[in-house]
Design a protein around this ligand. Structure first.
Ligand code: GZL
Length: 638
């Protein structure tokens, strides 16, 4: 592995030239003096096009925001170590030194260099939006840590800062117990998204515990010395502190140093990051400096992993990945590394899947995808169709526990009512993956990951399209056909839709009925509304295509003209919706991708091979107005 300065900084250069540059020792010396652009040559397992004579198949450009913060240095290290496991992969780095305009130049330069894929960790999401979106027209782009406006990128990978904040809060509750105590919060850079999200999650987790008081909160720019100085003066002013929660380990260390210099014992320090190595969070917990750290990965490894999948055109690439975090305390250090590797099993992995039922075309496609992907991955799938009954899903999960399957996955019919059975799975040490729909529970540890769509965003997309079609001030009288009462997608799609129309007072929901995500129920409830005389509406918003298609039938039977007199927008994007759009009956469908099988099997395999799963995996989706139907229909996969 060699790290070198790129001599082509000012000139466009083909990949082969970059490869040659990486082998020049003279350049290596320059690299130490002026680390503008660094090149790394590695051996790899990405497949891809035929290897060039110099052994390079793919060139990946990485544009860093800076290489000074410990987080970013570790991210860089993670990228390097993961890339070192891949064959024929070369990585080129740039460091924007925290300047957005420099980063825009860096991206242009990397493109000129002929990179096959870009990994960008933006200095500032807004300022980088245009450059990233333009780059995405040319090559796949993975965003790391921060995202840009809109969807002009291939994949976003970042921490779930809100979840990290909540996890820290839950720990502080445990630590201080019912007697409570005084907490000082040290935030990162004031106003930065991770600082805000961590703080919000933290405070939310402490809600309802008035005896735990956040007595002070200040920013220290993610830096140890700043935290040390600020906490020293805080202690001078008022030394009554029980716990310090710092938004990274380095600042926690700074605060600890200040306490030690002031001769203060008994304060407990909590950090976030959990890096390995000297003065990393793990080491600080080992030395008793920190009571706990919350270890979350930088996403560097995952970015390289997915880069290879993207370049190899693997199926099931998600749109967003939010990484998980793990609490590390002195007591949990021993078993910090988690699961058994698949190789040690000596048999096929067994996956139990409790499906909701077969309520819609989306669900049928989902089931086919899961079964096919399990077969392809050689996973022993035990699949139960739970016929739209929560009790059946609970019974299915219990039967999987009794069979001692390796992993349980399910699509929860409704959000609540799962705690008991999932605690049983946890007691049996069987990991649970939520597929397609999520649950609501105060216990975040009941499942490993949730993979599926962003339902709130789907609702927003439907409403945004409607407003763009009818106009900002149109008198829209909307009939809403809701999905199953209490189901995650029904709740999210309603929330997102209402959020957007709230800014348009002329948009009103005049009727909202439960259609249970089914064609037959959608048709029945729409028939009932019409038979009761409802005519004063000009929009239908259905939480899935099947209900919209049922409503279309009901209207046609009553001599109405769906798609003409009434604008109809629904969610899913199944073939039948495209056919209805081509026939002029449906106006728009917002895609919700049911092809979750490959993502699920990847998650199962990753878990079994000991990798930490992300907290949330969000699928890639589009929006299709009727005008696009004829062109898109032939390519639809479901
Ligand atoms: C969405 C999924 C919903 C689909 C319906 O991820 O849960 O359930 O939109 C389906 O069509 O029945």
């Amino acid at each position: 592995m060699r790290t070198l300065l790129d001599p082509t900084r000012r000139r466009a250069a083909p990949r082969a030239r970059a490869a040659r540059a990486a082998r020049s020792p003279a350049v290596s010396l320059l690299g130490l003096l002026a680390p503008l652009l660094l090149i790394l040559a590695l051996a790899s397992s990405c497949s891809g096009p035929k290897e060039e004579p110099d052994g390079v198949k793919w060139l990946i450009g990485v544009s860093h925001a800076n290489l000074t913060e410990p987080w970013r240095i570790t991210m860089n290290r993670d990228i390097l170590s993961e890339a070192a496991t891949k064959k024929g992969l070369r990585v080129v780095f740039t460091d924007a030194a925290d300047s957005a305009s420099k980063q825009i130049d860096d991206i242009a330069h990397l493109l000129k260099l002929g990179v096959n894929l870009l990994i960008v960790s933006p200095v500032d999401g807004d300022a980088l939006t245009q450059a990233v979106t333009a780059a995405y027209q040319k090559v796949p782009v993975i965003l790391l840590d921060r995202t840009v406006e809109g969807y002009g990128y291939t994949l976003y990978i970042g921490p779930d800062n809100y979840f990290i904040g909540r996890s820290v809060g839950a720990y502080v509750r445990e630590l201080l117990g019912p007697r409570g105590g005084r907490v000082v919060e040290i935030q990162g850079r004031a106003g930065s998204p991770p600082a805000i999200e961590r703080s919000t999650g933290f405070r939310e987790a402490l809600a309802g515990r008035p005896l735990i008081r956040i007595v002070d909160s200040f920013g220290a720019d993610w830096l140890r010395d700043t935290a040390q100085d600020k906490f020293a003066s805080r202690l001078k002013r008022d030394g009554r502190v029980d716990v310090v929660v710092a938004q990274n380990d380095t600042m926690a260390l700074g605060a600890w140093k200040a306490a030690r210099a002031a001769g203060r014992a008994g304060i407990r320090f909590i950090g976030i990051d959990g890096f390995s190595g000297e003065n990393g969070g793990i080491n600080l917990v080992e030395r008793g400096v920190l009571t706990a750290t919350f270890a979350s990965s930088t996403g560097g490894k995952q970015a390289v992993d997915y880069a290879c999948d993207i370049l190899d055109k693997a199926s099931g690439i998600p749109k967003k990945i939010f990484l998980s975090c793990r609490r590390v305390t002195a007591g949990s250090l021993v078993n910090a590394a988690s699961h058994p590797p698949i190789a040690g099993l000596g048999r096929r992995v067994v996956l139990g899947y409790a499906q909701t039922g077969d309520e819609s075309a989306w669900r049928t496609a989902n089931t086919v995808s899961i079964k096919a992907a399990a077969k392809r991955a050689d996973i022993d799938l035990r699949f139960i169709d739970c016929q739209l009954k929560q009790a059946n899903q609970i019974a299915a999960i219990r039967s999987f526990i009794a069979q001692r399957v390796d992993v349980i996955a399910f699509s929860p019919l409704v959000e609540t009512g799962w705690d008991e059975v999932l605690r049983e799975a946890r007691a049996a040490r069987i990991p649970v993956i939520l597929s397609d729909r999520s649950i609501r529970s105060s216990d975040e540890s009941l499942y490993e990951t949730f993979l599926g769509a962003d339902f709130i965003e789907e609702g927003r997309r439907a409403a945004r399209w409607l407003v763009s079609r009818l106009g900002d001030h149109a008198a829209a009288r909307i009939v809403e056909l809701r999905g199953t009462e209490g189901a995650d997608p029904a709740i999210g799609r309603k929330q997102g839709f209402e959020e957007i129309i709230a800014d348009h007072p002329s948009y009103r929901i005049v009727a909202s009925v439960d259609g249970d995500f089914q064609f037959s129920v959608g048709k029945r409830v729409m028939s009932e509304l019409l038979d009761r005389g409802l005519r004063d509406f000009n929009v239908i918003y259905a939480h899935n295509d099947d209900m919209a298609l049922g409503a279309i039938e009901a209207m046609k039977e009553r001599g109405m003209n769906p798609g003409k007199d009434v604008t109809i927008v629904s969610i899913d994007g199944v073939r039948a919706a495209f056919q209805a759009m081509r026939a002029g009956k449906l106006s728009c469908t917002v895609e919700c991708n049911p092809l979750l099988g490959p993502l699920l099997m990847k998650a199962v395999a990753d878990y079994m091979s000991g990798k930490e799963l992300p907290r949330r995996i969000i699928t890639a989706e589009g929006i299709f107005p009727a005008e696009t139907a004829a062109a898109v229909l032939p390519e639809r996969k479901y």
